[in-house]
Design a protein around this ligand. Sequence first.
Ligand code: IPD
Ligand code: CA
Ligand code: CA
Length: 276
Amino acid sequence: MPLPTSTQRTHWRDVAISAAAHAAAFIAQESLTRHTITWEEKSATDFVSHVDLGAEAIIRRVFAEQAPDIRIVGEELGGGSPVNGLVAIVDPLDGTTNFLHGFPNYGVSICVALDGVPQAAVIHDVSRGGTYHAIAGGGAFRDDRPLHVSTLATHGRALIGTGIPFKDITHADRYLGQLRRLMPVVSGVRRAGSAALDLCDVTAGRFDAFWELYLNPWDLAAGVLLVREAGGRVTDLEGRDAGLEGGPIVASNGILHEWFLGVLRDEGPAHSPQPA
Ligand code: IPD
Ligand code: CA
Ligand code: CA
């Protein structure tokens, strides 16, 4: 497939906005009776319900009607490789634990990508309201408002988002070492429970940086494009540009990035980056 045109990207974004809105309406409706929801165990600490599955089915239906050439790769119903061909990488409900507890921080994340390169991204914030969206080369928005990452250069003032490992704690010691080094040199660390919305918080300049030791493609794909389109940087722990295959992720306003990577990798005393 040749490089997509901006008309194609805009169409894909609009289909994703519509699909996410339909899924969000369903999630919001189901939240009214959340006490009656049956939790199915994916593992002893990881749950799913008919809401995750129903939201993904809605998204698949909207894409089948409006963009049938796009293959869906969804968290709940699968669909193959996220880095080959034209795909929509879908997290129908990011922040399932929050949703099940009524903690208001969960959303729907959809990224249309071509051969591993994000083309259009949509994250619908179900609990707080608002739709974050971007097409490659077109900037990042919340509804009609353009977004930019923060311009903060002083790490002592930084607010950092993170995800605490809970499914696989093989690397817990590494994570705790990172947190230990970070705690005294930043203004605060937050674990809000939805990686997609954490990346919206970086996009909108509320978080100055974010990291998590492992994310799946559906957790990160849309957020990666949003942060970059808002002027930020997203890499792995070695500073290589993050792809869509999943793995460790470090996102920031760009200014703090090298400093942040240094703290996460334990490379000597933290120092302030120079303002640009
Ligand atoms: C989870 C959330 C959470 C992150 C986990 C994800 P889910 O997604 O994004 O913040 O720490 O790694 O799996 O299971 O709620 O879709
Ligand atoms: Ca997720
Ligand atoms: Ca999910």
